[in-house]
Design a binder for this molecule. Structure first.
Ligand SMILES: Cc1cc2nc3c(=O)[nH]c(=O)nc-3n(C[C@H](O)[C@H](O)[C@H](O)COP(=O)(O)OP(=O)(O)OC[C@H]3O[C@@H](n4cnc5c(N)ncnc54)[C@H](O)[C@@H]3O)c2cc1C
Length: 381
């Protein structure tokens, strides 16, 4: 039996970034089911950071995170938000929320947007206006994961790969955590299992939160020879539509912003979502996509109120949730890791979070308690 202070379940961006911080306070082991970190959501993301996010809390977490990103994990790259016909009100809404966090954002005409992304149509199917954030960040998920892996290792922490947690039980004051190769006794368990977070709770005899994994699809394709897209902004419609972003000089990544409820699994792209991605890009641009370079899908995992959760479970001593990072888990990971460190070690609330108006309660589990407790019928009656 190996004794550790913190046993983190999941080596995605949530688990590894928190583990690197927790390693300053005690012994840490991360158990990851797969043979490498970042195999699921964290390695399948579009990896861009911007403020066109539905919830104020997510925008605040993003604002707190931006100064904490370092190269090579992040580099400045512009983001352009375009309005298609009928999306004028969405453009106003995005501009209003954006200015709170990035006052230097610029309003553009359709023609000005086309000067940045020359393939955008400006006819009835194309962009009628836009908003340019010159201070967006292109993230590199693998570089971020590697930085956390190194800090964890340098602080004496370890990652057990191909080590799925198969059983969890409470033994007096500690958690006994079983994997096929080893058994751990941990003072504290961090549930950072992404789409599997509710399944981990069930293994531990803890009531689930109602986590919903939603599949999203990505394609990549080559642009016509001689076209250099590397300086094009990350370009996203302000309402339903798509986003595209450069992948090197001659290739674009595109996503139709689909959401399909899924079981936690190794998500695979469905043909109709792949076709939808290509069709939406072809409708709004002059590009033709006769063949794809690659396609994939990943799970974006949401809590019932679509806000992330970070904190102890009041019904299960030493069981800490770090889940529900939806479509913003990379861009909010520095702030979420700070919050996890402060809450899991009972340390002072970080100034970086306070400065943008984030309090610990905003991330807590109490938001789900009525619905959650009614799911625990036998115990609660
Ligand atoms: C297509 C797509 C585009 C996205 N674009 C962006 C973007 O542009 N910007 C952004 O910030 N975010 C984006 N996201 C969201 C972001 O990728 C996620 O929010 C983030 O990766 C979630 O990290 P995680 O560590 O919680 O989950 P994961 O990376 O899924 O990690 C969870 C880990 O837990 C492990 N695990 C599960 N069960 C067990 C077990 N029993 N034992 C041990 N380990 C276990 C899994 O194997 C997995 O590695 C996107 C996501 C998708 C799918």
């Amino acid at each position: 039996m190996q004794r550790v202070d913190f046993l983190v379940i999941g080596a995605g961006i949530a688990g590894l970034s928190a583990a690197a911080r927790l390693a300053r306070h005690g012994t840490v082991t991360v158990c990851e089911a797969e043979g490498a970190p970042g195999v699921h959501a964290s390695g399948r993301s579009a990896a861009f950071a911007h403020y066109d996010m539905d919830a104020k809390l997510v925008r605040a977490l993003t604002a707190a995170s931006m100064p904490l990103f370092d190269e090579p994990g992040a580099r400045v790259h512009p983001a352009l938000f375009i309005a298609l016909v009928g999306q004028e009100a969405d453009l106003e809404r995005v501009e209003a929320v954006y200015r709170e966090w990035q006052p230097a954002v610029e309003r553009l005409s359709g023609e000005e947007a086309r000067a940045l992304v020359p393939v955008l149509r400006t006819d009835a199917k194309g962009a009628i206006g836009g908003l340019l954030d010159s201070e967006g960040r292109k993230l590199d998920a693998h570089a971020l994961l590697e930085t956390h892996r190194r800090s964890l290792r340098d602080a004496g922490g370890t990652i057990a790969l191909a080590a799925p947690v198969t059983a969890l039980r409470r033994d007096a004051t500690r958690w006994i955590v079983e994997t096929p190769g080893a058994t751990y006794s941990a003072a504290l368990v961090v549930n950072a299992a992404g789409a599997w977070a509710d399944q981990i709770a069930l293994l531990a005899g803890v009531a689930p939160l109602g986590i919903r994994p939603l599949r999203r699809t990505v394609i990549t394709f080559d642009v016509p020879q001689g076209m250099d897209v590397s300086a094009w902004p990350f370009t996203k419609t302000v309402g339903p539509g798509f986003y595209i972003e450069p992948e090197g000089t001659g290739r674009l990544l595109a996503c139709p912003m689909d959401e399909h409820l899924s079981d936690p699994c190794d998500a695979q792209p469905e043909e109709e979502d792949v076709a939808l991605a290509a069709w939406r890009v072809e409708q709004a641009t002059t590009l033709a996509i006769p063949r794809l370079a690659s396609r994939w899908a990943g799970l974006r995992t949401f809590t019932p109120d679509r806000l992330p959760v970070c904190g102890f479970d009041a019904h299960a001593p030493g069981f800490f949730w770090l889940a529900g990072q939806g479509g913003f888990g990379l861009q909010t990971s520095p702030a979420m890791a700070l919050a996890a460190e402060a809450l899991a070690t009972d340390s002072a609330w970080p100034e970086e979070l306070r400065a943008v108006g984030i309090a610990a309660e905003m991330l807590g589990l109490h938001r789900f308690l009525p619905a959650r407790d009614s799911a625990r019928t036998p115990d609660c009656l």
